[in-house]
Design a protein. Structure first.
Length: 477
């Protein structure tokens, strides 16, 4: 959907697209949001190695996907993202829901009351397919589409209840084939990883830093969940969620930079992919969506993964993510309706200028700090990148002692030290490796790349990624 949004439309192209794209009534009679209202779109990525009509893919496609053949996969919704677009044009939020979160199924598909959140689709598909066959339905396309509608409905209901009754206005369903075909249209795609990594299961083989990858490599990039180079490093599905977010951010940025919106050949090729392997609800106006969402490609979006409390096994012995439902719903509420920040007192920080040195290796953190500190009454100074260092340090000019001590309290860490070489009224903040913005310092969700949500009490906190800002090519694990 982000690809469709950043490419834009002219009327005759839009008409041709909507005439061929798969539409579904699985969402029910939910009224479309009013003009200017917030919009929530659920993006579902299916694990199926089939097309939208249930047909097998060409052999060369299976070879490129490195994901088995028609017998592999299934109808699980292995990718679940809720795209929240505020009606006032403020920053959009994409919330990734880990596919193995253990949840209740409100529709009890196939008589199952609970399971991994991704399974609601496949269970309902199986139940509907058996019922339709028992009723004498034999047409393969009819069986496929009506079974998929049942799966879509069950998945939408499950996600809605899991998130605390959040309204879902529209949905988009994407197959693995669609992802690969879109990547073919826009390849090569620039991505960035922190270290060399390989995975024989997904076919991933990437070197550290930025690199351009092909469509087949793109599939491996977003599917990787093992690391043969660092076998002791716990590479989980949560890291794969971050890979998916990073890919979307990189792709949107690249499409914008490459001028795709005015490239008829590339635009038409993307539309053909949408016609073949993407399904949407019958009430989604793609033209209106594209018009309202073009700013997403400029970075007006943040990506967040919902927290888990740990890892476990279900009654069948399969690996699951354990979650705190209260925490999940509070997190979602905070992301979709952040509290209005209190106006900070201007003193004693007023007049002090803070120069920030980013020595963490995290892109953009110095600029984030400057914005947050401005919200606390400080004056933004210079932002620079320094050599990697472990410790965060804080120094100040002799006349800036009070605002420096206030800042040290906000950061809950470094001891401020005087530095006579600094200009009058200046504070120098060096961000060391591992530094994160304290929630009490972030003045709003749009001013910080760190979410103001509770940290999950997982057995491996490093496996739970933080928020990721759009409009860039981020480096990921």
């Amino acid at each position: 959907m982000l690809v469709l949004a950043v490419t834009g439309y002219v009327w005759n192209q839009y008409r041709d697209l909507t005439a061929g794209i798969h539409t579904s009534s699985a969402l029910g009679a939910t009224a479309a949001p009013a003009a200017g209202a917030d919009t929530n779109i659920l993006v579902m990525g299916l694990d199926s190695r089939l097309d939208e009509n249930g047909n097998a893919l060409p052999a060369d496609i299976y070879d490129a996907l490195h994901a088995g053949d028609a017998a592999n996969g299934g109808y699980n919704a292995n990718v679940l993202m809720l795209l929240h677009i505020p009606g006032d044009g403020s920053k959009a939020t994409s919330i990734s829901i880990p596919r193995d979160d253990y949840v209740d199924f409100p529709d009890t598909p196939d008589g199952t009351a609970e399971g991994k959140i991704k399974q609601a689709y496949g269970l309902a598909f199986d139940q509907a397919n058996r019922q339709l066959r028992a009723q004498g339905v034999t047409d393969p396309v009819t069986l496929e589409q009506r079974s998929r509608d049942a799966g879509r409905t069950a998945e939408i209901h499950t996600v809605r209840e899991f998130l605390g009754g959040v309204p879902i206005d529209h949905f988009v369903e994407v197959t693995l084939m669609a992802f690969y075909q879109i990547a073919q249209v826009v390849q090569p795609i620039t991505v960035c990883v922190n270290e060399d990594t390989t995975d024989s299961y997904s076919g991933a083989d990437f070197h550290a830093g930025r690199q351009q990858i092909t469509a087949a490599q793109a599939v491996a990039f977003v599917r990787q969940r093992r690391d043969n180079v660092h076998p002791k490093l716990n590479f989980t599905d949560l890291d794969r969620e971050r890979r998916q977010q990073a890919f979307i951010s990189s792709l949107a940025y690249q499409l914008k930079q490459a001028g795709t919106p005015v490239d008829p050949t590339r635009l038409n090729a993307i539309m053909k992919v949408a016609e073949q392997n993407i399904a949407i609800d019958s009430g989604l106006d793609l033209l209106s969506f594209a018009t309202n969402a073009t700013s997403l490609s400029s970075g007006n979006i943040s990506f967040t993964t919902l927290p888990i409390t740990g890892f476990g096994t279900d009654p069948l012995g399969e690996s699951i993510n354990t979650v705190d439902l209260t925490q999940i719903r509070a997190t979602v509420q905070n992301l979709l309706s952040p509290p209005v920040p209190a106006t900070p007192a201007p003193a004693p920080s007023a007049g002090a200028t803070v120069d920030v040195v980013n020595s963490t290796g995290q892109t953009g953190l110095a600029a984030t700090m400057e914005r947050d500190l401005a919200g606390q009454g400080y004056t933004a100074g210079t932002t620079t990148t320094g050599a990697r260092t472990f410790h965060t340090t804080l120094s100040y000019a002799p006349d800036a002692a009070d605002p420096a001590r206030t800042l040290a309290t906000l950061l809950a860490g470094p001891t401020p030290r005087p530095d006579g070489s600094l200009p009058a009224g200046h504070i120098r903040l060096v961000l060391g490796n591992g530094f994160t913005v304290p929630p009490k310092l972030a003045v709003s969700s749009s001013a910080s790349s760190t979410p103001t949500t509770p940290e999950p009490a997982t057995s491996d906190p490093a496996s739970v990624p933080s928020a990721l800002a759009g409009g860039e090519i981020p480096c990921v694990k």
